[in-house]
Design a protein. Sequence first.
Length: 209
Amino acid sequence: MLKKILISLVVVILIALAFYRFWFLRQPERITPVDATAFISPANGVIAAVEQWDVAQLEWEKDNGVVQVMTSDIGEKGWLIAIEMNVMNVHYQRAPADGRFLQNLYTEGKFNNALIKTNRFGLRLENERNDMLFETKDGIKYKVVQVSGLLARRIEDFMEPGQTVKAGEVIGVIKMGSQVGLILPENIEPLVKMGETVIDGETIMARIK
């Protein structure tokens, strides 16, 4: 009896490891649109929020100081698009546009369930996160924000300051289900809506007005 239990346990562990290695960490080929005016989805998942932000307004909104910090080097106004990822989604992140990586800011925090919406921006603002600041060839600054979750306790980016990047290029990974935010300035127009499924490196999220 004990032998059967041990064998069953080993089989379950092997299946779980195989799922993690060959399914969860899969990195399928993507066909990235060639469009200098477009911003491509940095992640695979479902749109949880498409919200405007205004630095002056955020000063008066309860608990939105984190968003004010996140957006401070993008401009006075803009958009925040939140993407929810579950364990079935591809968990590598990709660059939304051609340009260069400027810097990252890693902020320690909690590991609350990222799929429970607690604010209008769709991100768990109290969770651990990594803000990745980019600049397009036209000088437009934007951010890709990796957010941890209940299971996602490891966030990695593969970029070095000053490194050039092409739209659709892999820039990082979040282990297990979590969230990714895309912060854009006001001269960029979002093209996605809440509830829409987006594909990393393929779906056009927004376009320069």
